[in-house]
Design a protein around this ligand. Structure first.
Ligand SMILES: C[S@@+](CC[C@H](N)C(=O)[O-])C[C@H]1O[C@@H](n2cnc3c(N)ncnc32)[C@H](O)[C@@H]1O
Length: 258
């Protein structure tokens, strides 16, 4: 029996490509900011893999349940990325610019606990910490808090505590000038091969600051690692924002070359 071959013309290929490009993926709203069922991450079942004759019994660390419980403003996808990223690269020295209620710091700490690292040192810079006692207890001795706006002095103080950082999370003032200065100030304090993780990268001003850094600084552009952003209506002094849709959320990753 002869097989019928299907040939696709260049024109058909072109039309298919145009269709893909025109699809409006970004109009799809995130369906769930947080799981509907509480504590679902705590009850993740064990995973058992059979590789040849070997049985690999690996369970997701129970510490991951903090991802759901932490008071972070980050959407769920971002929290999961942050936890998995920290778990994957196992940083010893972590700096956070913009901590608020300590949600992202808790997520980082829970991944560090899951790894069992006892030489981890975290530093947070924020002019207005809103940490409750339970969060302070969870972060324990592993974190130091510098109550100040980010500045060259604050960065020096942070580096005196830990040395150069493996990961710096930037989530402070989201205006263009401040976001840009935060990133530029962080570059000398991240170690070679270390990472800058920038939150709210979907925010227009933060996004522009990141674009400036990509064009002008010698960093590896690892890209938009988490695109889960949420739209937000914003009042500006001259009335409601009329331009581009205002979005927050989204994580961008830059790496200092080795
Ligand atoms: C979005 S919150 C941080 C949320 C936190 N990273 C989390 O995900 O749980 C932003 C924080 O940045 C702080 N902030 C504002 N301006 C700052 C500055 N110049 N330097 C450092 N932190 C700043 C605010 O006080 C606020 O607590």
């Amino acid at each position: 029996m002869s097989q019928q071959s299907i040939t696709i013309s260049d024109e058909q290929l072109k039309q298919a490509a145009i269709k893909v490009i025109n699809q409006e993926y970004t109009s799809v709203q995130p369906t769930a900011e947080l799981p509907k069922q509480t504590n679902f991450l705590r009850d993740i079942p064990q995973t058992i893999h059979r590789i040849g004759n070997d049985i690999v019994n690996w369970s997701i660390p129970t510490e991951i349940s903090i991802v759901e419980q932490s008071p972070s403003l980050m959407p769920l996808a971002q929290r999961l990325f942050l936890w998995s990223f920290i778990y994957g690269i196992a940083p010893r020295r972590y700096l956070e610019i913009g901590t608020d209620t300590g949600g992202s710091a808790m997520i980082v700490m829970s991944a560090i606990r899951a790894l069992g690292l006892d030489d981890f040192q975290g530093v947070c810079i924020d002019p207005e910490f809103r940490l409750n006692q339970a969060t302070r207890d969870y972060l324990g001795e592993s974190f130091t808090f510098i109550q100040s706006k980010n500045s060259p002095e604050a960065m020096i103080e942070a580096a005196k505590i830990s040395g150069l950082f493996d990961v710096i999370l930037i989530d402070g003032d989201h205006t263009y000038d401040h976001a840009l200065i935060d990133i530029l100030m962080a570059i000398p304090y991240v170690c070679r091969g270390g990472y800058l993780l920038i939150d709210d990268a979907a925010h227009t001003q933060v996004r522009d600051a990141i674009s400036y850094v990509i064009e002008n600084c010698q960093l590896i552009d690892c890209g938009f690692v988490c695109r889960h952003s949420v739209s937000s209506e914003v009042e500006i002094p001259s009335g409601r924002w009329q331009g581009e849709e205002y979005r927050v959320g989204g994580l961008y990753l830059l790496r200092k070359p080795l």
